[in-house]
Design a protein. Structure first.
Length: 259
């Protein structure tokens, strides 16, 4: 229950960069939902960042060893492997250990017809188990900006669509960026506003917090927009919302019908 957004743009020299934004909402089945000053992103190296939607308590487990790779593709594969290892470990401890089983036993059982209902229930529980956690990985391959969505089943390359979003507000964020016709050729100011607008629009979704972090990632590192700059973006967003509602030309439509 969160929102993490990233979009590719270009600086004034035509070099690619990534603008990304997150909220501060934390969700956990045991502690509920709350907003606090906890970053939803982690820096893996100078030009690689990871954002998380899902269980915040497993974030460090999912990115362990990534700082040793210093390569975007290797980092992606390391996260995928970490997800698979963590899933298998949790399934073993929370499901299989209860029945004194392991994966090797299940493989043997699956070779033939399953007649024991308890075994069938275990197999069903294992097959349906999901970490319910997604990583949005951003970085560079040489000069080309990269956005990758990673879960325990697959890693999806989002570079060709220019942007990505994960979390409960992802649909609203992606629809906003589509509506804005965002392109990786858009300027930095346009990209910053598009990402901010996507974040604000995502706030209608359950579990998306109001507080906002907006960052710019380049080949030189990451820069976070301060509260004053976020305030400017908020003013532009509010003005845009009001513009159509109060536009003077609206009266040309309705005045002839009002006597």
């Amino acid at each position: 229950m969160t929102i993490c957004i990233a979009a590719i743009g270009k600086d004034k020299d035509g070099k690619e960069l990534i603008v990304f934004a997150t909220d501060h909402m934390i969700s956990h089945p045991q502690i509920g939902q709350f907003e606090r000053a906890i970053a939803k992103y982690k820096k893996l190296d100078l030009t690689t960042m990871a954002m998380l939607s899902g269980d915040p308590l497993i974030f460090d487990d999912l990115i362990k060893k990534c700082k040793e790779t210093c390569n975007f593709d290797l980092t992606k594969e390391t996260i995928r492997q970490n997800m698979n290892n963590l899933r298998n470990d949790i399934v073993q401890k929370q499901i299989l250990d209860i029945f004194k089983m392991n994966y090797d036993y299940l493989k043997e059982v699956l070779r033939g017809p399953i007649q024991n209902p308890y075994v069938n229930n275990v197999i069903e529980a294992v097959s349906k188990f999901n970490l319910m956690t997604v990583i949005l990985l951003i970085g560079f391959k040489e000069e080309a900006a990269q956005i990758m969505e990673i879960n325990e089943n697959r890693a999806v390359d989002l570079r060709d669509i220019n942007f990505g979003a994960i979390g409960s507000g992802a649909v609203q964020a992606i629809n906003t960026l589509l509506f804005q016709r965002h392109s990786k050729d858009d300027s930095l100011p346009t990209t910053v506003y598009n990402v901010y607008k996507a974040k604000r629009n995502a706030e209608v979704s359950t579990g998306v917090g109001k507080e906002t972090d907006v960052m710019i990632l380049t080949r030189s590192g990451v820069e976070e927009l301060n509260s004053d700059k976020i305030g400017v973006l908020a003013k532009i967003y509010d003005d845009e919302l009001k513009f159509g509602k109060t536009h003077k030309n609206l009266y040309e439509i309705v005045e002839p019908t009002i006597k």
